[in-house]
Design a protein around this ligand. Structure first.
Ligand SMILES: Nc1ncnc2c1ncn2[C@@H]1O[C@H](COP(=O)(O)OP(=O)(O)OP(=O)(O)O)[C@@H](O)[C@H]1O
Ligand SMILES: [Mg+2]
Length: 332
């Protein structure tokens, strides 16, 4: 049996109280991440990916939010820690990269100060050591002339450079877990590719485990080892990346894969529309008795509408929540 996972999320429920009912943004989600592993979380807009990330770091505003379940990081349950205890973990052992770097960088501090503050706070380095560390980190993420760039402000950098600064900041304290929420969506296609190359390269050099949140299956194929497919706040399928692409079991995943644009289609000018999955995500404010995907599933039957399918193994290291997903021979 493998060693204990670095992160183990058990039955996470993150609900929001709203004027017209409780929004079950994440509803009974369980997954794990091993040390050094890259796990992708995919799914359409609104399926609970960001709420999952924010829940792990306890960045959900409570109220209106409420988190239940266990978030075991190195055996410690983050759901039970006090805010000061969480502050010691955020940006240190666990750090996060957000979609839009401009909103997470402080416009009035130089990039050197921002990276420096993080290492001073968590590692107790002096001012000069902190500045040297900032230069080293900028160099690590491929920013040219880092000695000059540390003295600049975020607005003086391009979007791609700012995202590199965010990554530098996130990695400054050698986190064991990096959560990247749509780290490339705000960037244009060429820069996206550069940032992905950088993340892949850093994964090997830094060794941090990565939870990569994206709705871009092309990104998943390039970076992740394992994939979790979310739908309406739940996990509907999980598999190794090659198995998921070769043999998706859940009709939702099959739909998502059908919606992948052809490789290079956005580069040669003949952009194709994504093949959308017909129908809408169900309201998260209503209890659903049967399968959450029943309303949109091309293979739906009465059984699906009445009984929620359990998440169960369909092939080795491959689970899905569908009554009709075929089971392969499960080798012991
Ligand atoms: N602070 C909040 N108050 C109330 N509801 C919220 C709050 N934050 C998120 N939600 C709800 O939680 C659900 C999941 O949102 P989430 O941001 O996790 O989606 P997502 O999968 O990250 O989507 P996207 O791909 O668009 O980023 C949505 O219904 C959203 O409206
Ligand atoms: Mg999101």
């Amino acid at each position: 049996m493998a060693e204990k996972p670095l992160l183990e999320v058990r039955n996470l429920q993150t609900h929001f109280r709203t004027p017209d009912g409780v929004n079950r943004a994440v509803d009974g989600l369980s997954f794990h991440v091993n040390a050094g592993e890259t796990v992708a979380i995919v799914g359409e807009s609104g399926c609970g990916k960001s709420v999952t990330a924010m829940s792990i770091l306890r960045l959900i505003p409570e109220p209106p939010g409420k988190i239940a379940g266990e978030i075991l990081f190195q055996g410690k349950d983050l759901a039970k820690l006090s805010e000061p205890q969480m502050r010691a973990i955020r940006g240190n052992e666990v750090s996060m990269i957000f979609q839009e770097p401009m909103t997470s960088l402080n416009p009035v501090l130089t990039v050197g100060r921002q990276i420096g503050e993080t290492v001073r706070l968590h590692q107790g380095l002096g001012r000069q050591q902190a500045e040297a560390k900032a230069v080293e980190m900028l160099r690590l993420v491929g920013i040219p002339a880092p000695e000059r760039r540390v003295k600049e402000y975020p607005h003086q950098l391009s979007g791609g450079m700012r995202q590199r600064v965010m990554i530098a900041m996130a990695l400054a304290c050698n986190p064991q877990l990096l959560i990247a929420d749509e780290p490339t969506t705000a960037l244009d296609v060429t820069i996206q590719a550069q940032i992905l190359d950088l993340m892949r390269d850093l994964k090997h050099r830094v060794g941090a485990a990565i939870v990569l949140i994206t709705h871009d299956l092309g990104v998943v194929a390039e970076v992740a080892e394992r994939v979790i497919v979310m739908y309406a706040g739940r996990k509907v399928e999980e598999a190794r990346v090659e198995d998921l692409f070769a043999n998706p079991k859940h009709p939702y995943t099959q739909g998502l894969l059908g919606a992948v644009p052809k490789l290079g289609s956005s580069l040669d000018g003949t952009t194709e529309r994504l093949a959308e999955i017909p129908g809408l995500v169900p309201s998260l404010k209503k209890r659903i008795d049967g399968c959450v995907f029943a309303g949109r599933c091309p293979k739906v039957t009465e059984l699906c509408r009445a009984v929620a399918p359990a998440l169960e193994p369909k092939a080795p290291a491959h689970t899905a929540a569908c009554h009709y997903a075929e089971k392969e021979l499960l080798a012991a």
